[in-house]
Design a protein around this ligand. Structure first.
Ligand SMILES: C[S@@+](CC[C@H](N)C(=O)[O-])C[C@H]1O[C@@H](n2cnc3c(N)ncnc32)[C@H](O)[C@@H]1O
Length: 373
């Protein structure tokens, strides 16, 4: 691809993000994305800064995280006040200044780091799937996350989650005094069975190519950098979830799910009910790799009962196929609607169900499965 085409493509990606992901959600990033899309100098910088092996579709979000990290590193600068929502001046002159001053650190972030957003809002979605998967299960649960980042969603039993419909409370689960508080709006005609509680798992484990250590402050700053500014309470919620995980950090292995999953899964207590889950992680693995991942879990599932909960874009979980795709059309422009799937192995028999479509950060859920009670 010529340099000119690469810049055009990058510009389109920024506009796509502005229209589909940031609009009505992160106004600052929407404003910046639209301005960057027409700024050839900045686009040239970003194209040159990107790791040549990076997937092009991921470059804009990585650029946002790489610059946000530098903003967080200098909280006294004027641009930091904009990111905190304390100032509403045009961010672009200050962003250009930041890149002039700190460009090499931005490039370093883009070359050495990846998008590792650990979004605890997804715990609201997982709580419904785990409740569904634990139906008729009496043994303790072992949670195992593929691509957990820092593993914060492994602590969903310690979060308080309110489910609402049309602004009215439907049910709340989790400790009333929890510092991590989530709210998820129920949409669509079906109200899912909301579990009365999420049991404490026997183990919280995961496998990530680059696990984030919750005890390490600079790694935790990268988690904050991956957040989009302007969304109320999100940084505080992330900080509170990090505090929860710091009390008893999860067991996160460094390794590739494509090659290292089998041995990781076979080390799990055989009498526990195993739930393997992935949220916005399979998107970072190529098609052959994803095939290998599901084959590995299936091979373990043929030997022991387990559930595989996926919360991913539907194209990344082709085994979750039994749903009407027109539901995605209902939520155009509301973030990338994400499919919640459940694949269960019981006594050597495998069944797969499309449970729901939801906002990628768990703000709302449209339950699909009927007769779920
Ligand atoms: C966008 S983050 C999502 C983190 C977390 N699942 C969440 O939803 O909050 C994607 C994570 O997948 C991890 N990842 C990417 N490719 C992987 C692979 N082949 N094996 C294991 N982890 C991988 C990344 O390092 C990153 O931490």
């Amino acid at each position: 691809m010529s340099e000119r085409d690469a810049i055009e493509e990058l510009s389109d990606l920024f506009v796509f993000l502005a229209d589909n992901d940031f609009a009505g959600y992160s106004p600052l990033y929407e404003q910046i994305a639209r301005a960057v899309a027409t700024d050839r100098e900045l686009l040239g910088f970003i194209a040159a800064a990107a790791n040549p092996n990076a997937r092009r579709g991921r470059v804009p979000v990585l650029f946002f995280a790489a610059t946000h990290d530098r903003v967080l590193a200098s909280p006294d600068r004027a641009i930091a006040a904009i990111y905190r929502g304390e100032s509403h001046v045009d961010p672009m002159p200050l962003l250009r200044e930041l890149i002039e001053r700190d460009g090499s650190a931005v490039i370093d972030n883009m070359r050495t780091r990846s998008v590792q957003t650990n979004e605890v809002g997804r715990s609201a979605i997982l709580s419904l799937a785990f409740g569904r998967s634990q139906r008729n299960v009496t043994t303790q649960t072992a949670l195992f996350e593929i691509g957990p980042s820092a593993g914060l969603n492994l602590y969903l039993d310690r979060f308080h989650i309110d489910f609402t419909r049309n602004g009215n409370m439907v049910a709340g689960i989790g400790p009333d005094d929890a510092n991590v508080r989530l709210e998820c709006e129920l949409r669509g005609p079906v109200t899912p069975a909301i579990p009365t509680e999420i049991s404490t798992p026997n183990s919280r484990r995961g496998l990530d190519v680059n696990p984030i250590d919750v005890m390490n402050d600079s790694e935790c700053r990268w988690l904050q950098a991956c957040l989009w500014p302007g969304i109320p309470d999100r940084p505080e919620r992330l900080a509170a979830a990090i505090d929860v995980a710091r009390m008893s950090p999860p067991q996160l292995l460094a390794g590739d799910a494509v090659t290292d999953l089998h041995s990781a899964l076979t080390s799990i207590e055989p009498t526990d009910h195993l739930i393997v889950f992935s949220t916005w992680a399979l998107a970072y693995i190529d098609t052959n790799g994803r095939d290998a991942v599901i084959k590995t879990i299936d091979s373990v599932g043929a030997e022991r009962d387990l559930d595989i909960v996926t919360f991913e874009e539907p194209r990344f979980t082709p085994w979750v196929s039994n749903f009407d795709p027109s539901v995605f059309g209902l939520y155009e422009g509301e973030g990338t609607p994400t499919l919640l799937g459940l694949r269960s192995w019981r006594g050597g028999i495998c069944t797969t169900t499309a449970l729901a479509v939801a906002h990628p950060h768990g703000r709302w859920i449209h339950w699909l499965e009927e007769n779920h009670g």
